[in-house]
Design a protein. Structure first.
Length: 94
């Protein structure tokens, strides 16, 4: 797993918006061997490709993390708890 980074102010704003999910906890999704990664064509630009990863963190909660790759680091853009439909898609994938 590459090292993850984020903007601290964005992380605090995200935590408030998404029921206390911290970027620190959300980065655990990159260690999930069953995680599903999706290219985010809608929000990607020529200069910044974005991806969504759907997977579990250590407390077995399924989350969605949006990120980009910068050099050898993963830059987390947002993180939230997965919806019912997303959780079902995750569990249906294996």
């Amino acid at each position: 797993m590459s090292e993850a980074e984020w903007h601290d102010a964005k992380a605090q704003k995200n935590k408030k918006k998404h029921k206390g999910l911290s970027f620190e906890a959300a980065q655990e999704v990159f260690g999930d061997p069953y995680a599903v990664e999706i290219f985010d064509e809608t929000h990607s630009t020529f200069d910044e490709l974005r991806f969504k990863v759907l997977g579990r963190i250590k407390n077995q909660t399924v989350v969605v993390v949006v990120y980009t790759q910068r050099s050898d680091k993963i830059r987390i853009i947002s993180a939230r708890y997965a919806s019912v439909k997303e959780r079902q898609a995750y569990y249906d994938s294996f």
